[in-house]
Design a protein around this ligand. Structure first.
Ligand SMILES: Cc1cc2nc3c(=O)[nH]c(=O)nc-3n(C[C@H](O)[C@H](O)[C@H](O)COP(=O)(O)O)c2cc1C
Ligand SMILES: *[C@@H]1O[C@H](CO)[C@@H](O)[C@H](O)[C@H]1NC(C)=O
Ligand SMILES: *[C@@H]1O[C@H](CO)[C@@H](O)[C@H](O)[C@H]1NC(C)=O
Ligand SMILES: *[C@@H]1O[C@H](CO)[C@@H](O)[C@H](O)[C@H]1NC(C)=O
Ligand SMILES: *[C@@H]1O[C@H](CO)[C@@H](O)[C@H](O)[C@H]1NC(C)=O
Ligand SMILES: *[C@@H]1O[C@H](CO)[C@@H](O)[C@H](O)[C@H]1NC(C)=O
Ligand SMILES: *[C@@H]1O[C@H](CO)[C@@H](O)[C@H](O)[C@H]1NC(C)=O
Ligand SMILES: *[C@@H]1O[C@H](CO)[C@@H](O)[C@H](O)[C@H]1NC(C)=O
Length: 387
């Protein structure tokens, strides 16, 4: 027993000592080199989502890349969001008939059908990567038939996003505009009415941004947050907001089991577990850790509201790990902003690559239906949660 404990301790030291890799070593620089990529390489070079990060870094002006890339302060949360998934290993079951798994990617979120259990997170300032702002994200999401949550600080105005929304035969694109809100209720009412009139089907209220993010990397390059006010919002205020619109108001930025329970108590139709991509409070937990805390302490939450989650998702297996805990769909921010440098084509490529990974990883886990993924498909080692 003593020896076993020592070995475990040594192993965790060894794991902790692993250098951080923003992208894994898959040889991309042997193909694309490390010089400035003034012209974008063909999308066939992008074999996985991390490749979009590499290309963005080599292509964009440093201050532009920094706006997308930066995390809060020492960027521990940014790194942890990426690294947490590798602390949970898989338990693949074999000799299961998985021949139909690729037909099971479809997922319903708030009563709407999508082709995959992942969505595009709200990220401000699409113009930093593409002169067409968010238009490539709108069309790409429609082509890939996934949910897009445009940021309240999108470069493309809400009216133009509404006009770009694809309605094609029986297909009506679903988008949920995100907002931080101001303390001016008249302004909020006007905004809510505009959202309803634009044909959008929910509002996402981001509540993890009560103040400016402390962002050293961004400050160095003059690429800080657009949202810097000290908020005066409360749970009572959320009750009031609900009377101002017929649309469901989704709460984005839940980081503790206590707040997940309060969201349920206040009737939130859906919540997004998120530490804002590690951009606001450094050392805030990854959504995998938040989902795990809820699963341990109040698992009923996953039945009482629709739980979504984002942060650091880059691979198919990341999506499945969050789903195993009860998360319905998983959001990605940076990968889609980097993909949008290519516009619609890039966004579509990103969606295709991630669908490919989710279905193939699910098959390797022995899942006939991706929605059957559960805790028993992974090993939740005690040191997966850093505490
Ligand atoms: C460049 C950038 C801008 C963002 N802007 C917003 C925003 O306007 N509203 C919001 O709710 N979240 C915003 N976020 C957070 C994302 O919605 C999401 O929580 C986060 O990006 C997920 O982590 P990931 O980038 O590792 O996938 C932003 C994130 C990035 C990277
Ligand atoms: C690449 O070159 C472009 C155009 O000259 C420039 O704007 C950009 O800052 C450069 N990017 C990097 C990463 O050096
Ligand atoms: C596996 O499932 C497919 C589709 O349901 C079916 O056609 C096939 O016969 C199954 N294979 C075996 C060995 O049962
Ligand atoms: C969603 O898909 C289900 C099952 O395929 C179907 O019964 C339902 O009508 C669809 N809902 C919408 C809103 O299209
Ligand atoms: C950098 O961002 C600015 C807007 O902040 C934009 O005008 C410019 O085109 C972007 N540059 C590149 C190379 O994407
Ligand atoms: C409309 O839908 C059809 C059939 O799904 C598709 O072929 C076509 O490209 C779509 N048009 C647009 C503008 O999305
Ligand atoms: C609140 O917003 C409305 C609509 O934009 C504006 O007319 C009004 O002056 C604002 N009130 C305050 C106190 O800023
Ligand atoms: C959640 O709902 C499922 C399906 O109805 C049920 O089997 C499970 O026990 C519920 N879990 C909790 C914790 O309430």
């Amino acid at each position: 027993m003593y020896k076993f404990t020592t070995l475990t301790a040594l192993c965790s030291v060894a794991l902790a000592a692993r250098p951080f890799l923003n992208e894994p070593d898959t040889g991309i620089e042997l193909i694309l080199g490390t010089d400035n990529l003034t012209t974008l390489p063909p999308l066939s070079n992008v074999v996985g989502l991390p490749d979009f990060d590499f290309i963005a870094r080599q292509h964009l002006a440093p201050e532009n890349y920094t706006y997308y890339r930066n995390g809060a302060a020492g960027e521990w949360s940014y790194r942890n969001n990426l690294e947490v998934f590798q602390r949970v290993t898989s338990r693949p079951r074999v000799l299961v008939n998985v021949s139909q798994v690729s037909t099971t990617l479809g997922t319903t979120i708030l009563g709407q059908n999508f082709s995959a259990p992942f969505f595009i997170c709200p990220c401000a300032r699409g113009e930093v990567g593409n002169v067409n702002g968010e238009l490539g994200l709108v069309q790409g999401a429609a082509d890939g038939d996934i949910l897009y949550i445009p940021s309240g600080y999108s470069s493309t105005p809400l009216g133009e996003l509404a006009a770009a929304r694809v309605a094609n035969g029986s297909y009506e694109q679903t988008m949920w505009p995100q907002t931080y809100l101001t303390s001016n209720d008249t302004e909020t009412q006007i905004y809510f009415d505009e959202i309803a009139a634009g044909g959008f089907s929910a509002i996402v209220f981001t509540i993890d941004s009560a103040a400016a993010g402390v962002r050293h990397r961004a400050d160095r390059f003059g690429a800080g947050s657009v949202n810097t006010a000290f908020d005066g919002f409360t749970w009572e205020y959320y009750e009031k907001l609900k009377t101002m619109t017929k649309l469901p108001i989704v709460l984005k930025g839940i980081q503790t089991v206590e707040d997940a329970l309060l969201a349920v108590e206040h009737g939130a139709p859906a919540i997004v577990l998120s530490n804002h991509g590690g951009r606001n409070l450094d050392t805030s937990p990854s959504s995998l850790e938040i989902a795990y805390e809820i699963h341990e302490q109040a698992p009923q939450v996953f039945n009482q509201t629709e739980v979504l989650a984002d942060g650091g998702v880059r691979y198919g297996s990341d999506v499945l790990k969050l789903m195993a805990l009860g998360v319905k769909a998983v959001g990605l921010g940076r990968p889609f902003m980097y993909a949008n440098i290519y516009g619609t084509e890039g966004v579509r490529h990103a969606i295709e690559r991630l669908k490919f990974e989710v279905m193939n990883d699910a098959a390797h886990l022995g899942l006939q239906d991706i929605h059957d993924v559960s805790m028993k498909h992974f090993k939740w080692a005690p040191n997966f949660w850093y505490s």
